[in-house]
Design a protein. Structure first.
Length: 602
């Protein structure tokens, strides 16, 4: 969702478990995005970008103070790209296109010198097509589908934030937000067309094998989601001469999601489906920062969260295709309640004005949930919350011309949530579905290094990062049908390469020109928790050029300059008739991508 990244003032990446601060969605870290706030001076910025794959990006931001106390900032962004796929059946190159539009307005009102109100409105329209897979795994990025898939979303959101500063320096902050989303995901389930399957090399005649229709499957699902959240914080005064500062907070969120599906869904178990989730979260949290001396400090944060989930689902099946539904499956789960605590303690010591060592211990959690498939076994219907204990030891160095950050970490995971799959009918590709299960336990440990060095009077910047990761998931079992079990685990976790890293050089021959080259590496890893196939390691090389002028910036880029094919996802299941033998199917990442952009500030 590139539109959301437009007009941001801050992107903060926090590694390690952050459940004690942010709750369930930050088991292994968090990414915090902060959009730019209104300023008291009139300004505007215009952005335009173009590239191959018919890539177009247009944006405008206007900052307009309405009075001395009332400020307004509005940004509009549009992007389009064909999606790097060529559909052979339709003879078109936009069957996987991405079209995104976003508008965001922030309104700020300084009601008094110590009372401020800020309101944010945002609307997002993701009008994306979906056609990313090929039965032959070809590297020319050619697809063969005869039914257009979509991956759409419309989002509207509003938030109201107030802050009141007391005379003693304490601050009360309140945040109220509401969002509504409408989502559609559909796809051609056989990834082909009649001619494709009937000719070489497949030569599949569905009538010869006793089928009374061509080999053709399609799935469509729609979701509507409403989220309402409320939060209040008490924030201590700025430290000044005080030895500690603190935050107390209370958080509440309610989520209602309605799902509907049509097609050959849940492996043919249903033709129509409807379901509804109702989730309520209540949390109390606090954070304390202690100064125990000029060089020594201690941070402590804690959170206790109550979650309550209810679910209703109904599935309909017309076995003889006479227009009358023969079977109805109803699923009802009420008050799936949990109480999830989390705590984090960190100690740091400044061994010099620009050097710090630290260590931390934290616990984290990720809430459990419900799998929707109507015929899934009772053992697989629910999955439990995952919890972890995380240990870190680190070192930080910050100097004028260089910086270094290093972290050793170990995470012990319990009831580890894994994404497993099952194919109910070997002759039907749409009977392949994912669901979430729990492994008994697992672990992650490793080392991360990041450094920045400046040379030649700060004309050259060398940035390096390296990550070494070892993971493990203990043996676990899950039901693939009502009677059959499969044993997995006893190996490394999926989507967890042992080695990854990047190195980049930025050279500025003048004060206005910067040339950059960056190489990133990702080692081999398991595609999925459901099978033992792994990716090949790969390396990407990107180039960039930035030229500053009086009131703007001209940029050019080339990503994946060597035009390699690298995997982003992989499925292992039976697709090709008539034998439907399990094979690996890979979705390739973007090929070489180049373009330029201009930003002009007024």
């Amino acid at each position: 969702m590139s539109a959301i990244m437009f007009d941001l003032s801050q992107v903060e990446i926090v590694k390690g478990s952050q459940s004690s601060i942010f709750g369930s969605n930050s088991l292994a870290g968090s990414i915090n995005l902060k959009s730019s706030s209104p300023t008291p001076f009139w300004s505007a910025s215009v952005f335009s970008g173009h590239g191959n794959d018919k890539n177009q990006r247009l944006g405008i931001v206007v900052n307009s103070p309405l009075s001395r106390k009332i400020l307004l900032r509005t940004g509009v962004f549009y992007s389009y790209a064909n999606g790097f796929r060529e559909n052979f059946y339709y003879k078109k190159i936009d069957s996987n296109s991405k079209q995104e539009t976003m508008i965001r307005s922030k309104f700020s009102w300084s009601i008094t010198s110590n009372f401020n109100l800020q309101m944010t409105f945002m609307g997002v329209d993701l009008d994306n097509k979906y056609d990313a897979w090929s039965p032959d795994n070809n590297e020319d990025l050619i697809t063969y589908t005869d039914r257009q898939g979509f991956d759409k979303q419309k989002l509207s959101a509003i938030s109201l934030e107030t802050s009141y500063l007391f005379k003693n320096g304490h601050k009360i902050l309140t945040i109220i937000s509401k969002s509504n989303s409408n989502m559609e995901h559909s796809y051609d389930g056989d990834w082909g067309n009649n001619s494709f399957w009937e000719n070489e090399p497949y030569n599949f005649d569905s009538y010869y094998y006793g089928f009374y229709s061509p080999y053709d499957y399609f799935d469509s699902s729609d979701k509507t989601r409403e989220t309402i959240s409320n939060e209040i914080r008490l924030i201590s005064p700025d430290r000044g001469s005080k030895k500690f500062k603190y935050i107390f907070g209370l958080y509440q969120k309610s989520l209602t999601e309605e799902d509907s599906m049509n097609g050959w869904i849940f492996g043919g178990e249903a033709d129509q489906f409807s379901g509804q989730f109702d989730i309520l979260n209540l949390a109390l949290y606090s954070k304390f920062d202690f100064l125990l001396g000029k060089q020594f400090g201690f941070d402590l944060s804690g959170r206790i969260e109550s979650t309550s989930l209810s679910y209703e689902g109904e599935s309909l099946k017309d076995f003889d295709y006479d227009g009358v539904f023969d079977t109805t499956y109803n699923t009802s789960i009420e008050n799936m309640d949990e109480l999830l605590p989390s705590i984090k303690g960190a100690i740091y010591y400044d061994i010099a004005p620009n050097r710090r060592i630290y260590t931390s211990i934290s616990t984290g959690y990720k809430s459990g949930g419900v799998n929707q498939n109507p015929r899934i076994s009772l053992e697989n219907r629910r999955y439990n919350s995952e919890t972890n204990i995380n240990y870190e030891v680190g070192y930080k160095l910050f100097k004028k011309n260089r910086s270094l950050q290093s972290t050793l970490f170990f995470m012990q995971r319990q009831d580890l949530q894994v994404n497993v799959s099952s194919q109910q009918d070997p002759g039907n590709p749409n009977s392949f579905y994912f669901f979430t299960s729990n492994a008994s336990s697992g672990s992650n440990y490793g080392l991360e290094l990041e450094s920045v060095n400046l040379f030649f009077n700060n004309r050259m910047k060398l940035t390096t990062s390296i990550g070494y990761l070892k993971t493990w998931v203990d043996e676990y079992e899950f039901y693939t049908s009502e009677t059959d079990k499969e044993i997995r685990g006893d190996r490394e976790q999926a989507q967890a390469p042992n080695l990854s890293g990047a190195i980049g050089i930025d050279f500025s021959p003048t004060d206005v020109l910067t040339i950059g080259v960056k190489s990133s590496y990702k080692g081999s890893y398991f595609y999925s928790d459901s099978h033992d196939l792994k990716t090949d390691p790969y390396q990407l090389i990107n180039l960039s050029l930035n030229y500053k002028f009086n009131s703007g910036l001209i940029s050019a880029f080339v990503n994946n300059i060597t035009d390699i094919r690298y995997p982003v996802r992989g499925f292992y299941f039976g697709l090709v008739p008539p034998n439907y033998e399990d094979e690996l199917y890979v979705q390739w990442g973007s090929p070489i991508h180049y373009g330029f952009s201009i930003r002009y500030d007024i």
